[in-house]
Design a protein around this ligand. Structure first.
Ligand code: GNR
Ligand code: NI
Length: 168
């Protein structure tokens, strides 16, 4: 297994739209393993392929306390089943150090495939619903900072660019 580098805002590669996964092969399963290692080592609760510069429609997550419930979603799609919004203080491994409230529909139905190409479906609410929507946004080139005011987004951008210059 290998840990993969994570792209950070405002890297333009985070804006790419990911393409559907079509090959359910060993290469895909290796990518999934490496994404889990990267997510757990970074202490994230989710990771989209976009964040590791792979522009394919897959994400991994584990929202359990014990970190013993890995879930993989390939070619995920969702529909809102409860329009009522829930606010959650979101963070992102691609926007390190910043946490801001985002409102999203509180319950969704998700359709996806597993690493063998089999279809699965589930209903999600609470943190799981937040995380799946956050990750699917990544696959569509969208970040949680896009929900903030332009001023807040600009300040975060400026601070991260300064960090990147320091470490370059
Ligand atoms: O680790 C993460 N925590 C988190 C907290 C609130 C809402 C969403 C998330 S996802 C984030 C990991 C990440 O960046 N996934 O894309
Ligand atoms: Ni994220």
């Amino acid at each position: 297994m290998a840990q993969l580098p994570i792209l950070e805002f405002p890297d333009p590669r985070l804006r790419k739209i990911a393409a559907p996964v079509t090959e359910f092969d060993d290469g895909l399963r290796t990518l999934v393993d490496n994404m889990f290692e990267t997510m757990y080592e970074s202490e994230g609760i989710g990771l989209a392929a976009t964040q590791v510069n792979v522009h394919k429609r897959l994400l991994v997550l584990d929202v359990s306390e014990e970190k013993d419930s890995p879930q993989v979603f390939i070619n995920p799609e969702f529909e809102v089943i409860e329009e009522e919004l829930q606010d959650y203080q979101e963070g992102c491994l691609s926007v390190p150090g910043f946490f801001e409230e985002v409102s999203r529909p509180r319950a969704i139905r998700v359709k996806a495939q597993n690493p063998h190409g089999e279809s699965c479906e589930l209903e999600a609410r609470g943190l799981l619903a937040v995380c799946i929507q956050h990750e699917i946004d990544h696959l569509n080139g969208k970040l949680f900072v896009d929900y903030l005011s332009p001023l807040k987004r600009q300040r975060i951008r400026g601070k991260l660019e300064k960090e990147h210059r320091k470490s370059a």
